[in-house]
Design a protein around this ligand. Structure first.
Ligand code: ADP
Ligand code: MG
Length: 843
């Protein structure tokens, strides 16, 4: 057992080295032996399988049955034509699905965690899948553990292993050896794959990867990685079923009528099958997947990496965005603007404190915490003293301290939020009130204000450093610094777009309420009157969940909060029915990120743990990107909705036309093959273009509000029935008129073309819910999706064998034009309706 071996043994076993990690050759050998570090055996669906999957649906079954029967009855040509349609349908489905699959695979790749390993003596950032046993990990708080590893060095290491052991408190980890029979929860020298490092830093040697890790052994977990149907896809499956039932009902009615008219069972059977096929919008699930996948791709181009497909849907209905201030709304390029040092002779000491109590560096443009970089720049030139110990910054404590060597004993330097430092300092009454007054002045200008202090300490044992509570007292106040952190350029316009489109923006910050208030005003989050709009973490602690959910509707700024408060805030908002997006970057933010409807992690500044807990990652850490993503989410919802509108209204029309002609005692205008053809060209082409409709500029600004939970609102149903009835009336009027005045074959031919035109043209009014066609940007795909079927139609008509097959004759050009004009009626009426509705709303 790895945990019962000494590091020397382990390094020897794995051919690795304590300082340099694996060599290139050793790595190559290990890779060959162990393969990629994946939790699931990569079961990529083969292209071949994907193609055949297209034929595993009910519609194909029905079609093949129809083909079989035709063949049996020596109607070989019919049988072959039906077969060709099956193949064509399969090809279309395959292309759609392969495209969707590829996008999803690319997405998965973007969201795999990263790890820092030492190879050939150099630290490298690699994809978790590339880690092998023998790799030496370098770790810091906030890292996600990508494999099982033995701790080699550790400083205050602790890991959250709840996923493995159910233990919710972080467990301390350190180097050492434990007995072989020690159970999982007590292996204090092991770090386990898929757990999170909550504090400390250190190095660990990877001993198992992939399915060999403890998490890999838990079989049940594997199901969680299966791609699940999104809620939307589930809902649409239900709709498809309803239509199927409707189709079946019509089938039975038509069947009975046709039987009484003396048609053979076979004719009736074939007609029924065609009708069922016309009624099922079989492409719907794939179209939804494709639309979502396209949206995901567009979002990734706009700096938002969506980690879970259903996040796209949820984004569309997001109505509250809770966002961190620092680095998300603001640039995070912090600069010290003002310094207050009560006694000028302390200025040097203040600079010393600023560089000593600091983990950042000014190398290559500055790295580390922006607050600390600002302090380093302020004190540039002051050499950093040698540090003996650090009591790290914690967002609940809101301060940090260090011990540095001094002549007699050590000097302690502390910095932090004024409230967290001033009470620890010895002060005269005036001194204290002056410092507090200055602090308020700084804060009211929107500055992030930090206090610095120091003390000397005689006895200090490096090996047993005291707890922070024992050193952070009796400090001597050195001064205050005011740090400016200007808003990002895009922030203000983004917030105003949110406001006008029904999204509430809530700012969450660890900064002082006065600072928060000033910035929130500058950003337009709050206005002049702020009663009840700002709440502090301290206040949050005093109220219970009920009271918070009552008051949270008004609160727009939470100040001086810790990550734990974020969870409380999300819960309160969700209780009130909101769909909440919440940003976060630290380890402690993960519960809130998981709980939020959309957890948004930072791609640059955040921890890997936060990223793994989120459903979306911002590669530019920018608030505006969240707003873009919401925009995409809403747009995609609209695209899907209108694609469904198109499919359902035309399919319904087809059902009604067959039913209508049958009820009127007329011969049904179509042979089964015609119905299949119409289904293929009208369902297949425009619906694809509609689902992929690009997002209009300023979409969000003009959109009406968060996507509702349901597609099938009153307006949707009204439009669907209106169009279906209109199409049916036009189609049947023309057909009946021609039957009366001419021969049946011309009537059938015209009915065939007319229905195709009606359906294709119908798609012109489905590109937008509220805007008329001429207001929309040109979409060449949509135009093509209408023109290609028309060309196919012409081809069909000019070919004599096809004419025979479809039982149609050639009709002249003028008649075609006339049919097209008639086919424009329903679209024109829908477009007119949009105009009238617009006038009404703006009257
Ligand atoms: P935010 O949510 O705005 O990033 P933080 O929780 O990071 O807020 O910080 C809260 C407060 O803690 C700040 O207003 C500041 O006074 C103090 N602070 C921030 N960073 C540091 C640091 N590195 N060292 C000491 N104090 C800090
Ligand atoms: Mg911070």
């Amino acid at each position: 057992m790895h945990w019962s071996k000494t590091p020397q043994e382990l390094f020897r076993n794995f051919g690795s080295d304590e300082h340099n990690g694996l060599s290139q050759e050793a790595y190559a050998a290990a890779w060959k032996k162990f393969g990629p570090n994946n939790l699931t055996e990569s079961k990529r669906v083969s292209r071949f399988f994907l193609f055949f999957k297209q034929f595993q649906n009910m519609m194909t079954g029905l079609l093949l049955l129809a083909a079989g029967i035709s063949f049996f009855l020596k109607e070989e040509i019919d049988a072959m034509a039906i077969f060709a349609i099956v193949i064509l349908n399969g090809v279309v489905g395959f292309i759609q699905e392969a495209k969707a699959e590829a996008s999803i695979a690319a997405l998965k790749k973007l969201s795999t965690p990263k790890a820092k390993v030492i190879r050939e003596g150099k630290v490298k950032v690699v994809e978790s899948t590339e880690v092998v046993p023998g790799d030496l990990l370098t770790l810091e708080a906030g890292d996600y553990i990508v494999a099982d590893a033995v701790v080699i060095h550790g400083y205050q290491l602790a890991a959250d292993e709840a996923i493995l052991t159910g233990e919710s408190m972080p467990v301390e980890k350190s180097s050492g050896v434990v007995k072989a029979e020690t159970n999982l929860g007590e292996r204090t020298n092991m770090l386990h794959s898929s757990t999170a490092l909550t504090s400390g830093s250190g190095k660990a040697l990877v001993v198992s990867t992939g399915m060999e890790t403890e998490i890999g052994k838990i079989a049940g977990l594997l199901d969680a990685t299966k791609s699940e149907e999104t809620p939307l896809q589930k809902r649409l499956a239900k709709v498809s079923n309803k239509l199927l039932v409707l189709g079946l009902a019509v089938m039975i009615i038509v069947g009975i009528i046709e039987y009484t008219k003396g048609n053979t069972w076979l004719d009736i059977f074939m007609l029924s099958i065609s009708l069922a096929i016309a009624a099922i919008p079989e492409g719907l699930p794939t179209i939804v997947t494709l639309a979502l996948a396209l949206a995901v791709r567009r979002m990734s181009k706009r700096n938002a990496i969506v980690r879970k497909m259903n996040a796209v849907e949820t984004l569309g209905s997001t109505d509250v965005i809770c966002t961190d201030k620092t680095g998300t709304l603001t640039t995070g390029d912090m600069v010290v603007r003002e310094v207050f040092a009560p006694s000028p002779e302390n200025k040097d000491k203040l600079n010393l404190a600023a560089v000593a109590c600091n983990n950042a560096s000014l190398d290559n443009g500055g790295s580390g915490d922006p607050t600390e970089i600002a302090l380093l720049k302020m004190a540039e030139g002051t050499p950093a003293p040698e540090r003996i110990h650090e009591w790290s910054f914690e967002s609940n404590r809101k301060r940090m301290s260090v011990a540095v060597a001094a002549e007699n004993g050590v000097n302690i330097y502390s910095k932090g939020a004024p409230e967290a430092i001033l009470p620890l300092c010895g002060f005269s009454e005036e001194g204290k009130s002056e410092a507090e007054k200055i602090m308020r002045e700084f804060s009211m200008k929107g500055r992030r204000t930090l206090a610095l202090a120091w003390r000397s300490l005689k006895d200090f044992d490096v090996n047993h450093p005291p707890a922070h509570g024992d050193v952070e007292k009796n400090l001597q106040f050195l001064g205050l610094v005011a740090i400016a952190d200007p808003p990002k350029e895009e922030t203000v316009p983004s917030i105003s777009v949110c406001k006008s489109s029904g999204i509430k923006v809530i700012m969450i910050t660890g900064d002082h309420p006065l600072t928060a208030e000033a910035i929130a005003k500058e950003l337009g989050i709050i206005g002049k009157d702020i009663t009840g709009q700002v709440m502090t973490g301290a206040e949050l602690d005093t109220i219970n969940a009920e009271e918070l959910s009552r008051r949270c509707e008004n609160i727009l700024v939470y100040a001086r909060v810790s990550p734990e408060h974020k969870l409380k805030i999300v819960e309160a908002l969700q209780k009130n029915g909101h769909t909440v997006a919440m940003t976060g970057d630290g380890v402690n933010d993960s519960p809130a990120l998981k709980k939020a409807s959309i957890g948004v992690a930072m791609g640059r500044a955040g921890t890997e743990v936060a990223r793994q807990a989120s459903s979306m990652v911002l590669t530019d850490d920018n608030f505006a990107t969240i707003v873009h993503a919401v925009e995409e989410g809403r747009a995609i919802f609209g695209n899907i909705k209108r694609t469904i509108q198109y499919l359902l209204s035309t399919n319904l029309a087809e059902i009604l036309i067959v039913l209508g002609s049958s009820l009127a005692g007329m011969p049904v205008p179509f042979v089964p093959l015609t119905l299949l053809w119409i289904n293929l060209v009208t369902d297949g082409f425009p619906s694809l273009a509609l689902a992929a409709e690009p997002v209009a500029k300023d979409f969000l600004k003009k959109s009406e509000g968060p996507s509702p939970a349901s597609f099938f609102d009153e307006g949707f149903m009204k439009e669907m029935f209106l169009v279906a009835f209109l199409m049916t009336i036009i189609e049947l009027s023309v057909y009946f008129y021609l039957l009366k005045t001419g021969d049946e074959i011309t009537a059938r031919s015209c009915a065939f073309h007319l229905l195709v035109y009606l359906a294709l043209f119908r798609s012109f009014s489905c590109r937008s819910e509220n805007r008329i066609y001429t207001q929309l940007p040109f979409n060449q795909f949509h135009i093509l999706s209408v023109i290609i079927p028309i060309i196919l139609q012409v081809f069909l008509e000019t070919n004599s064998s096809f004419r025979e097959l479809f039982e149609i004759s050639r009709i002249n050009f003028t008649t075609h034009l006339l049919l097209m004009l008639l086919a424009l009626i329903p679209v024109s009426l829908i477009e007119l309706r949009k105009v009238l509705r617009y006038r009404e709303n703006n009257a």
